[in-house]
Write a protein that binds this ligand. Sequence first.
Ligand SMILES: [Zn+2]
Ligand SMILES: [Zn+2]
Length: 295
Amino acid sequence: MPAHLTILASGSSGNCAYLETDDTRLLIDAGLSARQIRQRLLGIGRTPENLSGILITHEHTDHTQGLGVLAGKLQIPVYCNRLTKEAIETQFQAKLSFRLFNTGSTFDLGDVSVDTFSVPHDAYDPVGFLFRTQAGNIGFLTDLGHATKLVIERVRASHALVLEANHDVKMLNDDTRRPWATKQRIFSRHGHLSNDAAAHVAEQVISADLKHLFLGHLSSDCNSPELARRVVAEALHKIGATHTHIEAASPNTACATLTLDVTAQKTAAPLNATKEIGMPMESPSHSSMNQMRLV
Ligand SMILES: [Zn+2]
Ligand SMILES: [Zn+2]
């Protein structure tokens, strides 16, 4: 059965994605307000009440903003490591139901197997994820200053990958609004990946199976979706990889839902199997949207 991935938001101002399989409905990060998360889920015909869990990469507010209200009120299990839990507990009054994992471990949530791995970023214990589903593997690799051998290895099995392309180096250098210390933080080995660094990661993880690449965590004023896309696409084209659909995600609107089904591709459409992108899930009628109460 297929898996459905919707990037509800991605950018320096907020990160949240929704993954659905037969058994399991997950949020990856909750970096919008609870109200926004609910609205964007409603946009694809889903509600937070049905979530199996929320996975948190790290405690920065662009990944946790809506967590206290959303998970506290609905008592949705929150999956993170211990240091991230301790940092989150200082952010919210709400009592959350945590389920702790050790960084580097793999655990199952229904029919989804979750690989966790450490990423170099200035948070307590930041992680990336590889979700293994029967329909294919989905990697999450954002908020890292540089790509270690370990992270490259961990996401190499991805059929779809969310990869950070935070900034254009020149635009960030030339930015007059950010103090030098902030720029240093972003440029550092525990900061964020530039477009060029993202392109280099893409070159290293590319495989015949990687058909969908979402560029995420774009800075709104030191990058543009067109620029990020072009830099990564040119790097991949140079090495002859033209089979990967590349899309820049936005903090302001959800991306079209990606429906992944590698088993169907293998039997039905082995040569041109990227058509399934952009298929929206059934959307709720306006009246049902209006009946939903916003948190
Ligand atoms: Zn961060
Ligand atoms: Zn972030």
